[in-house]
Design a binder for this molecule. Structure first.
Ligand SMILES: CCCCC/C=C\C/C=C\C/C=C\C/C=C\CCCC(=O)SCCNC(=O)CCNC(=O)[C@H](O)C(C)(C)COP(=O)(O)OP(=O)(O)OC[C@H]1O[C@@H](n2cnc3c(N)ncnc32)[C@H](O)[C@@H]1OP(=O)(O)O
Length: 208
């Protein structure tokens, strides 16, 4: 499956994004995020030998020590930006878009072992995380002004399995003044795993 970035707001003046610095490792950051995602999945599923654990601890502590010297204010941060593929972070699993438009987003997602709750099922809290991102993308797509989640209602209809390609749909339902109602659903084949309804509020000018 091809990597897909959070598209739809890139270059949109509403988001007021500063240009990405080309020389600050940005091209490698999505690959680093991919490696870290795989690390999380492998680490979750492994019982590693003690020497390997010791060596990983040494290396991770060494990276932490270097990174402490390179902390920047939020406005200069690269990881998490919507114009970087997969946002270069591992919080939300990578989403692959099959079809998108001003009022919908359809695609696929796979939760790795890192997201395991129990008995092969995705941890329940990870599902609203996904829906917030998907519904937020629909709300903020189509050239609309930025909005913020006011509520997110999730119904769990059946177990969501890890390690399986799942299909999602999200759609813009209606708008009432500053209120936007967005719905989404997550399927394993024909089985409905979860569905969500979100209220997103258009931010007023200057509202941070
Ligand atoms: C600027 C960044 C925004 C965040 C977006 C982040 C990233 C976006 C990036 C890229 C976009 C692409 C992808 C998007 C991905 C993810 C999106 C995630 C978005 C979030 O994850 S964001 C964090 C979680 N989110 C919060 O942290 C909200 C905290 N909160 C507030 O910031 C305020 O609470 C706010 C602004 C929501 C409203 O405040 P406000 O003062 O502007 O407006 P007000 O209260 O007047 O509400 C107006 C009308 O909505 C009704 N209303 C309000 N809340 C309601 C509720 N809960 N239930 C039922 N009705 C409700 C009122 O009753 C009134 O209705 P009426 O007009 O009919 O009287």
């Amino acid at each position: 499956m091809a990597e897909t970035s959070d598209q739809g707001v890139t270059g949109d003046p509403h988001w007021n994004l500063t240009p990405l610095p080309a020389d600050r490792g940005a091209p490698d950051l999505p690959r680093l995020a991919e490696a870290l995602r795989e690390f999380n999945d492998l680490m979750t599923g492994a019982v590693a030998p003690p020497d390997l654990v010791k060596e990983m601890l040494r290396q991770v502590e060494a990276f932490n020590s270097e990174l402490r010297a390179h902390q920047v204010p939020e406005r200069d941060q690269i990881i998490g930006r919507i114009d970087v593929p997969g946002r270069a972070q591992g919080l939300i699993p990578v989403v692959h878009t099959d079809s998108s438009g001003p009022d919908h987003l359809h695609g696929r997602v796979r939760f790795g072992r890192y997201y395991l709750g129990r008995n092969g099922a995705v941890y329940g809290g990870a599902i609203p995380l996904l829906f917030d991102s998907l519904l937020g993308r629909v709300s903020n797509g189509g050239g609309r002004l930025p909005s913020r989640t006011a509520y997110l209602h999730v119904d769990y209809r059946s177990i969501t399995p890890i390690g399986t390609d799942l299909r999602f749909e999200a759609r813009f339902v209606r708008e009432e003044g500053r209120k936007r109602f967005i719905e989404g659903a997550l399927y394993n084949g024909d089985t409905l795993c979860a569905e969500a309804e979100g209220l997103f509020i258009t931010l007023r000018p200057g509202q941070a």
